[in-house]
Ligand binder design. Structure first.
Ligand code: PLP
Length: 393
């Protein structure tokens, strides 16, 4: 009757969404202020003023029929031009409007790119822990997933990547600033990764494509994020405005195929074909234009940084162990008991909703999403302290 794989995916909601839905139901029972929901990466900082200003300007300036009508499948030409101009100016690399494809956020960007690249027998390497949907997207595109564990500090483990990347590897997918660890990969490790991929491509006789998943690019607290096409020619950037402009629900982002990619035009044609076959054509028209006017801007990061400091300092003082995140808005703490799901169940008794690391591809950790109000964190801290004390008994 139906595709069993799709039915299974639909029935098994992601662990994160499951907890989020539980939080909503619980809020109805005991009041929103009594539930400490740290599950979802839904930005709580308002979009910067330029978003509202541009929406208002567009509503007045552009006739409704044009404003809300279809754009070209790959996006409005003036938007693609603006994105390419921005990339050239901001990162000092070449970029071409005819290699930019506007999409519905990073999720669509990744799905399109994976479908564009994947041929029978292809493998894609992911660095674990990682965003759980990578596996879903890769398998839906017909690819096989190969995992390379990050090192102890959650940075790239070059030896693990060396083992994982083989002659069947079509692409390596990395994400920095990282969800769920908050780690930002530095220039040295990116250079080492580029060298490794060049060597692997030479051994394979075809490029191993680097797929850069960048929904958190601007969300750093001082750390610099190397722009990957600068270091490795065969790079495709999957960018999203979901987090940088707090527009997660508007579903807007872009794919940028680096002009330095081998066969860049063919690659882009495949991106267009994948977009067409998946029905991801003509990304939301109003928000394409809004984002074109807000390139390089971001929501205020101060609140996230304050939340990071507040939570990190308190939780480490209570005895939890975790690395101090340099970017994104997640804290990845070590579970004080081996079974992270059991720890999350204990946390739930204090109305603390945390996500166990199993769905991120490793065991024994818990993700705490701190894109929430500072007041909620302050209210939650006594609960975290009680939870910590349980493990000291
Ligand atoms: N990639 C990572 C690492 C994410 O954390 C997310 C969302 O949380 C996505 C991709 C999907 O982002 P978008 O909302 O732009 O589709």
């Amino acid at each position: 009757m139906v595709n069993e794989n799709m039915k299974k995916l639909g029935q098994e909601r992601s662990a994160i969404r499951e907890i989020f839905e539980y939080g909503n139901a619980r809020a109805n029972e005991i009041g929103r202020e009594n539930v400490f929901d740290f599950s979802l990466g839904n930005p709580n900082v308002p979009a910067p003023d330029c978003v509202r200003e541009e929406i208002e300007k567009l509503l007045v300036k552009v006739p409704a029929q044009r404003l809300h009508g279809y754009t070209s499948a790959a996006g409005a030409p003036e938007v693609r031009n603006a994105v390419a101009d921005y990339i050239r100016a901001a990162f000092g690399v070449s970029a071409r409007a005819d290699l930019i494809y506007m999409t519905c956020g990073a999720a669509a960007s990744l799905s399109i790119v994976l479908h564009a690249l994947c041929e029978e027998g292809d493998e894609f390497v992911i660095v674990t822990p990682c965003f759980p949907e990578y596996r879903v997207f890769i398998e839906a595109a017909g690819g096989r997933v190969t995992e390379a564990r990050a090192n102890e500090a959650f940075h790239l483990d070059l030896a693990a990547l060396d083992r994982a990347v083989g002659t069947r590897t079509k692409g390596v997918l990395i994400n920095s600033p990282n969800n769920p660890t908050g780690v930002v990969y530095g220039e040295e490790e990116i250079c080492a990764l580029a060298e490794l991929l060049k060597r692997k491509s030479a051994e394979k006789g075809a490029p191993v494509v680097l797929i850069a998943d960048e929904p958190y690019r601007e969300l750093t607290y001082g750390a610099r994020v190397p722009y990957l096409p600068k270091y490795y020619a065969d790079t495709i950037v999957c960018y999203s405005f979901s987090k940088s402009l707090s527009l997660a629900g508007e579903r807007i982002g872009y794919i940028s195929v680096s002009p330095a990619c081998a066969g860049a035009e063919d690659l882009f044609a495949a991106v267009c074909g994948a977009g067409r076959s998946l029905g991801y054509v003509c990304a939301p028209a109003l928000f394409q234009r809004v984002c074109a006017a807000c390139l390089g801007k971001s929501s205020s990061l101060r609140a996230y940084e304050e939340n990071r400091d507040l939570l990190y300092n308190a939780l480490t003082e209570y005895g939890f162990s975790c690395i101090r995140p340099d970017g994104a808005f997640y804290l990845f703490i070590k579970s004080p008991e081996e079974d992270a799901a059991a720890f999350c169940a204990r946390a739930k008794a204090y109305e603390l909703l945390l996500v166990p690391s199993d769905s991120f591809g490793i065991k024994g950790y818990v993700r705490i999403s701190y894109c929430v109000s500072k007041q909620m964190i302050e209210r939650a801290l006594p609960a975290f302290l009680k939870l910590a004390n349980e493990y000291k008994k």
